[in-house]
Structures are given as structure tokens and as C-alpha cells.
Design a binder for this molecule. Structure first.
Ligand code: FAD
Length: 413
């Protein structure tokens, strides 16, 4: 019997286990179905520590705050554990005057989200070209301290720190069902006074096993990358989002913390949270189709805008030229021939509510003896330390965890 079982050993589950054990003597076990931590979204992402300039403080304020507060925690942990940390900076580049209005809005959001004025600066195209001759743009929002890191390595570092505080990590432990007082793993029940569901793209399925989240649907979008053999820019370069309804769509020029440069991710609709090839298995695809067509997501996915999006993203999956040409407006030197190798794809799983709306923030649901985090999406890796700290506070506030004890020796406070 554990006081707490955390389902999922990605960045969120690792951080949640850390904060529980840093603030109490509770016995905590992290159950992870894979052989090690961060094998899915947390180890398959762009690796950017985001400055929250592009998040509407009205609808995404919680994640924006978590991102801002987490940055120094990640930086400190990266230093202690020798994890790469490269402050490459980021330009959000407007190709046209009309797009410049979006940059101005983002500059206002940055201020309202508490970003230091020097960390989100509007520049005209000439200033950008002086600093980064490979970029051609009307203007840009420059985030000079935007950092690139390795979130899989950071997740392993959190795991190490949590283990020092007594957390037990159980790899190879798939949780099949959650009920009050227990989880089922491999046909056997393990007692748990509280279960916290941090199962990423599978968290909706885990919540359903506890009888929750009726009417919600998870969609899955594979983000693919191509590795460049030519360094067109030494900073990350993002275009202005083409469709504010689907802000995660546009591929970027990205710098990896280890020194490589890539283009990606696109957003190819697939059937499941681990469909890294093709569309996913036929059974999984049929099940997802039935789920989508019978739930709140039906209107969204059958809308002309979504169908057009799906066709464009699939084209960018099968055609390298279609993918890289999406950046040609702001990186005129880009050529398909520069890209010979694919990078590591990852899958984002936004959740659609029963009314057919894509959720802006993470959704937290409490059941008897369990607490579930759904729709924990980008910039979820950036925000994980502070988000997890506050989540543990909310769970405590709901009376599901005993009050915090005196702080234990720990890296983050
Ligand atoms: C392509 C892409 C690019 C991104 N870029 C960025 C970025 O640059 N910056 C940023 O901040 N964020 C980025 N993100 C978002 C970020 O990676 C995620 O928000 C974050 O990693 C989510 O962490 P998680 O722990 O919730 O999920 P995951 O890392 O997916 O972890 C969930 C874990 O639960 C396990 N699991 C699932 N079901 C079960 C079960 N039944 N039993 C036991 N274990 C289970 C899984 O194996 C997995 O290890 C990106 C995401 C993607 C996909």
C-alpha cells in the first residue's frame, strides 16, 4: 500500500512525485509502463524553455505563470546535473505588416504575463537581419534568453532528486485501471490512498478507467522534424501562427541544445498517442474514428478548416519540400536538399470538451481517491516544475493529501 501512486514517469509525473516527497513523508510510487522515464512527449519535443509571450494571459495565464516561474528552477537543475542549456534566443518573425499586429499583441501579453521587458523586444526587419542575416522579415519579437535544453535528461535529473527523497520509480508498470484505493497493474491490485494521473497522451483513457471525463475526446497530432546540414540561423525562428485556433501548427527553425539545427514540428493527425509511424494500427484507427464521430469533437474534425488542415499536414509528412517550404517566407535560403535525415517525432494530444472546443489549459478532474491531469500540453515541459508544485498544493487544498510538513532537504523550494 502506497500513500500516493503517480501514473506516468514523464516530466509532469516526475515533478509531481518530487514535490509530494519534498513537502511530506508520504510514500510515493511512480508507475511508468515503459522501461524508463520520458520515453514519450517529454523526450520527443522541441526542447525549448519558452518565454510566455505567445500565451493569452486571459485563457492561458496558469501555464504562462508556470513557465516563467519554472525557468530558474530548470536552469539550476541543468547546472547541477550537467544537462545541456543553450541560450540561443528566439525570433518570432512577421513576414508582413499584417502579421506585425500579432507581434504587438504578443508583446502586450508578455508584459501582462510578467515577462521582463528585456526578454521580449520588438525589432524591425533591418535589426533582425543585422543579428541574423539568414532571416528576412518585416519585424520580429525577440526573446534573447529563450533556452534550448534536453527535457529527457532533465526528467531523469528530477527522478534522481525525487529518489533521494524516497520516491520509488517502478518502470515496466502499466496501470490498466484506477479505482478508489487501488490501481490495477498486470491484473493485480496495488493499494493507493491517492492516485495522481499524469499519463500524458493516455491520461484521458486512464481517467475513463476511473469513471471520469465522459464526453471528452483526445486528438493526436504527430510532430515531425527534419535535421538540417546547414546552419541558416543560430537562434530559434518561429513564424507568426497562421491560424490562432490551432496555434501549434506551424513548424519552426529550432536549435538543439547539443548543437544541431532542425525544422519542425508539423502536426499530422494520427490515431493514438504513440503512433510514431503511419496513422497508427488499424484497430486503434477504427476505435479513434468511432470515438471522434460520436463525441463533442465531431463538429470540429468534420469542419472544412480541420479537413484542410489535415490534408496540408499529411502532405508535409510525405513531402519534405512541402514541410520546409513553410519557412521560406522568413528563411529565404532554406532548400529541401539541406535536410537528409528525419529527427525524432513526438505526439501532442489536445483534448476537446463535450461542446467541441479544444481546451486552452490543462484540465484537472478529481474523483474519489484520484486526481487526473488531462490536456497537459506545450509548453508543458517548460512549466512542469512550477505547475507540479501548484498542482500538489491544489490537491492538498482539496483534502486529498495531508497538510505539508516542514520542508525537507531538496533542490527546489
Ligand atoms: C512535438 C512536441 C514538441 C513540443 N515542444 C515543446 C517545447 O519546445 N517546450 C515545451 O515546454 N513543451 C513542449 N512540448 C510539450 C511537452 O513535451 C509536454 O507538455 C510534456 O512533455 C508532457 O509531459 P507529461 O509528463 O504530461 O507526458 P509524457 O511525457 O507523455 O509522459 C506520460 C507518461 O505516462 C506513461 N503512461 C501512459 N499511460 C500509462 C499507463 N496506463 N500506465 C503507466 N504509465 C503510463 C507514458 O509511457 C509516459 O511516459 C512539446 C510536445 C511535443 C509532442
Amino acid at each position: 500500500m502506497y500513500d500516493v501512486v503517480v501514473v506516468g514517469g514523464g516530466v509532469l509525473g516526475a515533478c509531481v512525485s518530487y514535490w509530494i516527497s519534498a513537502t511530506s513523508e508520504a510514500s510515493v510510487c511512480v508507475m511508468e509502463k515503459e522501461a524508463g522515464p520520458a520515453r514519450h512527449a517529454s523526450g520527443r519535443n522541441t526542447g525549448v524553455v519558452h518565454t510566455p509571450f505567445y500565451m493569452d494571459p486571459g485563457s492561458r495565464g496558469k501555464m504562462a505563470r508556470a513557465s516563467l516561474e519554472s525557468r530558474p528552477m530548470w536552469r539550476d537543475l541543468a547546472e547541477r546535473h550537467g544537462v545541456p542549456w543553450l541560450e540561443a534566443g528566439l525570433y518570432e518573425a512577421a513576414a508582413t505588416e499584417a502579421q506585425h499586429a500579432v507581434l504587438e499583441r504578443h508583446a502586450r501579453w508578455a508584459a501582462r504575463n510578467g515577462v521582463d521587458p528585456g526578454d521580449a523586444v520588438l525589432l524591425d526587419g533591418r535589426d533582425v537581419a543585422r543579428a541574423e542575416p539568414g532571416i528576412r522579415c518585416h519585424s520580429a519579437l525577440h526573446a534573447p534568453r529563450e533556452a534550448c535544453t534536453d527535457y529527457a535528461a532533465l526528467t531523469r535529473a528530477v527522478r534522481t532528486e525525487a529518489e533521494k527523497l524516497g520516491v520509488r520509480f517502478a518502470p515496466g508498470s502499466r496501470v490498466d485501471r484506477v479505482r478508489e484505493g487501488a490501481v490495477t497493474r498486470g491484473g493485480r491490485e496495488v493499494g493507493a490512498r491517492l492516485v495522481i494521473n499524469c499519463a500524458g497522451g493516455s491520461s484521458l483513457q486512464v481517467a475513463r478507467s476511473a469513471g471520469l471525463a465522459d464526453g471528452y475526446t483526445a486528438l493526436h497530432f504527430r510532430g515531425e522534424y527534419w535535421i538540417s546540414s546547414v546552419r541558416l540561423a543560430g537562434s530559434c525562428v518561429y513564424s507568426v501562427p497562421t491560424d490562432p485556433r490551432f496555434p501549434f501548427l506551424d513548424p519552426h527553425w529550432i536549435c538543439r541544445a547539443g548543437g544541431g539545427v532542425e525544422v519542425g514540428p508539423n502536426a499530422v493527425p494520427v490515431a493514438g498517442p504513440e503512433a510514431y509511424e503511419g496513422i497508427g494500427g488499424p484497430a486503434e484507427a477504427a476505435e479513434k474514428l468511432a470515438e471522434v464521430l460520436s463525441g463533442g469533437a465531431r463538429r470540429l474534425v468534420t469542419s472544412p478548416a480541420f479537413v484542410e488542415l489535415a490534408s496540408r499536414e499529411w502532405l508535409s509528412s510525405v513531402s519534405k519540400s512541402a514541410m520546409v517550404s513553410r519557412l521560406a517566407g522568413i528563411l529565404p535560403g532554406i532548400r529541401p536538399g539541406m535536410f537528409r535525415e528525419r529527427g525524432t517525432a513526438g505526439i501532442r494530444s489536445p483534448v476537446v470538451d463535450p461542446a467541441g472546443r479544444m481546451l486552452d489549459e490543462a484540465l484537472e478532474l478529481a474523483g474519489p481517491g484520484s486526481y487526473h491531469v488531462l490536456n497537459y500540453n506545450s509548453p508543458g515541459a517548460t512549466g512542469a516544475p512550477a505547475y507540479a508544485r501548484d498542482l500538489v498544493g491544489r490537491i492538498r487544498g482539496a483534502g486529498l493529501l495531508p497538510p505539508a510538513g516542514p520542508p525537507r532537504h531538496a533542490v527546489w523550494r
